[in-house]
Design a protein around this ligand. Structure first.
Ligand code: DAH
Length: 345
């Protein structure tokens, strides 16, 4: 028999044996008997060298093709046998009940925030955002609250160390970095970045050096509103806030505006509201927000002409609304991540 015919015969025999190997160890034995040091195919390979020169190229080609075929058959059978070995020995019982997946849900504060945002969107407000690591300029100075202003003492503040000053990853500006005490800082950022008119709300987390108790937490959430255009009036402010609170807390909600002081608004007001939920708590009114007409100095600070532009702003706490809506009496429940609490919403 010629070498070529032999190669072919050994190949066919190898393919047949590999195909019928019953398990992985039988497969390894079969492999050895063909491709091992003394294997049948290896022996043929050695004979290649004895061929006359002119027969070598054709024979070499045939041997290579045969070897590739054997190796492919080997890999193929190996993966079949590996799969078989990995399958369970016992048949699977497909009638067993499945494991139910635990479905998460939105945090109650997120739900309330979403509702507030939806209510303002209907009135044409867009959502704006700003950094939680702020600086004194945006948090206080630009809001007409200079360093020696008494209102600044009232906001116990988390200052970052001098070393934490701005980097490219955290561009807080030239001023001492701090955790923002209110979302009002974003008013400045937005007004500095675009010309009027402006109609935005800013939901976000804020930080104060408060001790946690049933109604305080060092971090909580606010929604800020800012409306700037020509001829904006306090009537617009009242109408807007009233529409949103009625939508959030029910049509029987009533608002009351009390004179107050904020350095970035003039005049400034606090908003109280009442509805049957408030009465149920044994209260007549609950304070809910601060607001007012944007102070001309704030417009100057951001480069708006106060003779041309007018506006109002407000800020209120989200937790307060959520507590009222769901009848929650301890603010700390929101932050404990206790599923027994969170699953109720
Ligand atoms: N920044 C105030 C606070 O945290 C709330 C506030 C009051 C926001 C009046 C305003 C405003 O935009 O006009 O208590």
């Amino acid at each position: 028999m010629s070498l070529l015919a032999l190669v072919d015969a050994v190949k066919e025999s190898a393919l047949a044996d590999l195909k019928t190997a019953a398990d992985l160890s039988a497969l390894e034995q079969t492999k050895g008997s063909y491709l091992g040091v003394d294997g049948r195919f290896t022996t043929l390979l050695k004979q290649l060298g004895t061929l006359p020169k002119e027969e070598k190229p054709a024979a070499g080609k045939a041997v290579n093709a045969a070897k590739m075929a054997i190796e492919a058959a080997l890999a193929n059978r190996r993966s079949e046998l590996e799969l078989k070995a990995a399958l369970p020995k016992e048949p699977t019982d497909f009638t067993l009940p499945g494991r139910p997946r635990f479905l998460g849900r939105l945090h109650p504060l997120t739900q309330v925030t979403d509702d507030i945002v939806r209510a303002f969107r209907k009135l044409g407000f867009a959502v704006a955002d700003g950094p939680e690591i702020e600086d004194e300029y945006h948090c206080f100075d630009a809001l007409n609250t200079p360093a020696d202003h008494p209102a600044r003492d009232a906001q116990d503040t988390f200052f970052a160390s001098e070393n934490a000053r701005s980097t490219s990853a955290n561009p807080v500006g030239d001023h001492l970095p701090l955790l923002r005490t209110h979302t009002s800082s974003v008013q400045i950022r937005v007004m500095k970045s675009q010309p009027p008119p402006i109609r935005i709300i800013i939901p976000g987390r804020v930080y104060r050096r408060d001790n946690a108790d049933a109604t305080h937490n060092p971090t909580f959430h606010q929604i800020e509103g800012l409306y700037v255009d020509r001829d904006v009036t306090m009537g617009d402010l009242k109408g807007t806030v009233e529409a949103v609170f009625k939508e959030l807390l029910g049509g029987d909600t009533r608002l009351r505006f009390r004179p107050h002081y904020f350095s970035y608004t003039e005049p400034s007001l606090e908003i109280d509201f009442t509805n049957p939920l408030v009465k149920k708590l044994g209260k007549d009114w609950l304070e809910i927000a601060g607001c007012g007409m944007v102070h001309p100095q704030v417009f100057e600070n951001v480069g708006y002409d106060p003779e041309v532009w007018s506006g109002w702003a407000f800020g209120f706490g989200i937790e307060r609304i959520a507590m009222l809506r769901y009848g929650i009496t301890d603010i700390r429940l929101f932050y404990e991540n206790d599923l027994r609490f969170l699953n109720q919403f």
